[in-house]
Design a protein around this ligand. Sequence first.
Ligand code: GAF
Length: 384
Amino acid sequence: MDIDFVRSRFIKHFDGTTGAIYTSPGRINLIGEHTDYNGGFVFPGAVDKGITAEIKPNGKDKVCAYSIDLKDYVEFGLNEEDAPKASWARYIFGVCREMIKRGVDVKGFNTAFAGDVPLGAGMSSSAALESTFAYALNDLFGDNKIDKFELAKVGQATEHNYCGVNCGIMDQFASVFGKEGHLMRLDCRSLEYKYYPFRPEGYRLVLVDSVVKHELASSAYNKRRQSCENVVAAIKKNHPEVEFLRDCNMDMLSEVKADVSEEDYKRAEYVIEEIQRVLDVCDALERGDYETVGQKMFETHHGMSKLYEVSCEELDFLNDIAFDCGVTGSRVMGGGFGGCTINLVKNELYETFITTAKEQFKKKFGRSPKVYDVVISDGSHRVC
Ligand code: GAF
């Protein structure tokens, strides 16, 4: 993101003075989708696209926020009843409230922010926004006393309490903890994490964006989470120690087949398999075995499409093209219901794959998908 651009808008929009600039990235996820809120493993990394904000305390009791991309300006107070209507401003308001709940003495501020994370692409622009403000408010008003784990939880709680999405912790964690050139294996139950250098020699990671965004994605997402919780409740009757699907295996799932809906059963089947796939991919990466990594990615796509049912016609089409072109691995990335596929492609196949994907997609859907090369980057930080 061009810092000078954000600064020039901040100066123009407010009183001509400058503040501090913070930035946080969006994320990719190599494997482990819809496993985070099931206490399982994920394998994300931060990217070189994010949200950048200039912020300056204004000595008042209100936040004056300007979205440069939307050319929209909103003011709101810091009390619970002051929640703004604009959905983008609710993210900032939610972060302020969650920081206040954690003892940070947040005061009024002016801010202008912009981003280059493609919206609706499944790269988590909302987590980037939350992380930017959580990091900034901690620095400006909290003496940095809130640790990075809690900053990620601030973003997640914002989604739950102010934006209506019962998400897991993956996106905010990846945004805050991102490290250049590394993916991270995160245990979403204990929040233990390990960085893996990720520079697969001879391969490229590329995102192909279907540019589909489903209106009801957040309610469908919450419904998936509910299905998982229904199955856990059923399994718990025989296995009281079980807290998450992470704690279950296929035998335990089979025991409750008659007690849960067919739909909930399929959802749980996918999650249990997906958690194992993350561990398999970690082992494969340690051996440098990218063929297995890729095969697991295709299996994930199949599960997300047929069992978890969060893919769509356009994403299935892109996945088929990748398979037919001989791409090593491909799958829908993020929550689903639109957005991108993530593809692990041998260097020599890259051009053919991208050209074929663009041509065939256009022929079928009348428009071109967008293509983003992935650069794995650092997490939240102060720029100046
Ligand atoms: C969205 C959510 F925000 C994440 O918590 C995660 O569940 C993901 O979908 C699916 O893996 O990005």
